[in-house]
Design a protein around this ligand. Structure first.
Ligand code: NDP
Length: 239
């Protein structure tokens, strides 16, 4: 039984990750921002504990991490940094507030959580940190400059932490989904989705469960010698 903390667990990929760990018999706490209804539903379905926490706020992260330790009956030794937002805009239209919100949510939050969680992992001489990046962090996406920059930053964070924390028995990896069927893509029109499928060697978009299964693998003993890697779960889009 692992103690697992998942950010952005109320919906989409995060919810699939919460379900998958719970189905495997693990103890799970998940953070979410404001969607109490979805969080409560998922908690009732899975037995996981929901905690409302804006992960872009380092003070809120400190408080919520302490709550998570209590709810889990010990410090989480698996941390999944999944919470994220998207923004499709011309770069010239991205104002300072929107830029900071993106970097704070999609990049800094992973640092805040990793900083908080590593003490107990170092003491236990084991730990798994899994960051959810994006194929756009590898290839760049037109009109998603802040998103692409934040996700590219996660690659550097992953590799640097893997080197720093490896001697303490902690692995740090990044999963980079392609286009996945979630609320994040709900605004994409049919033509855009069709074009994205055309550009994907497997000719379709992915499911949250297909991302969750890779996260579970990286948290498992089978992945004990894998660290510092950015693993695409994108149907081949970013080849
Ligand atoms: P969704 O929009 O479906 O869900 C986002 C989740 O993140 C929700 O649980 C939301 O909470 C939470 N969240 C957002 N901002 C914050 C915050 N400031 N503090 C705490 N929680 C927050 O997204 P997806 O499931 O699609 O995406 C999950 C991750 O996967 C993201 O990092 C995304 O960038 C990445 N990804 C997604 C892809 C896709 O095609 N869907 C492709 C590549 C990467 P609440 O419900 O309360 O709003």
């Amino acid at each position: 039984m692992k103690r697992v903390l998942v950010t952005g667990g109320s919906r989409g990929i995060g919810a699939a990750i919460v379900r998958a760990f719970c189905e495997a018999g693990d103890r799970v706490v998940f953070f979410y921002r404001t969607n109490h209804a979805a969080a409560t539903r998922l908690a009732a379905e899975t037995g996981a504990t929901p905690i409302s926490c804006d992960v872009s706020d380092p003070d809120a992260v400190r408080v919520a991490y302490a709550e998570a330790r209590v709810a889990l009956g010990g410090a989480p030794l698996v941390l999944v940094n999944n919470a994220g937002i998207s923004d499709i805009s011309l770069s010239r239209d991205v104002d300072d507030t929107a830029w900071r919100r993106m970097i704070d949510t999609n990049l800094s939050a992973a640092f805040y959580l990793a900083r908080e969680a590593q003490g107990a992992m170092i003491a236990a001489e084991q730990g798994r940190i899994i960051n959810i990046g994006s194929m756009w962090g590898k290839t760049g996406a037109s009109m998603e400059v802040s998103y692409s920059a934040a996700k590219a930053g996660l690659r550097g964070l992953t590799m640097a932490l893997a080197k720093e924390l490896g001697p303490s028995g902690i692995t740090v990896n990044c999963v980079e989904p392609g286009v996945i069927q979630t609320d994040m893509n709900a605004a994409l029109d049919e033509a855009t989705l069709a074009a994205l499928c055309d550009a994907t060697p497997l000719c379709r978009i992915g499911t949250p469960e297909e991302v969750a299964s890779v996260v579970l693998f990286l948290a498992s003993n089978s992945a004990s010698f894998i660290t510092g890697q950015c693993l695409g779960v994108d149907g081949g889009y970013a080849i």
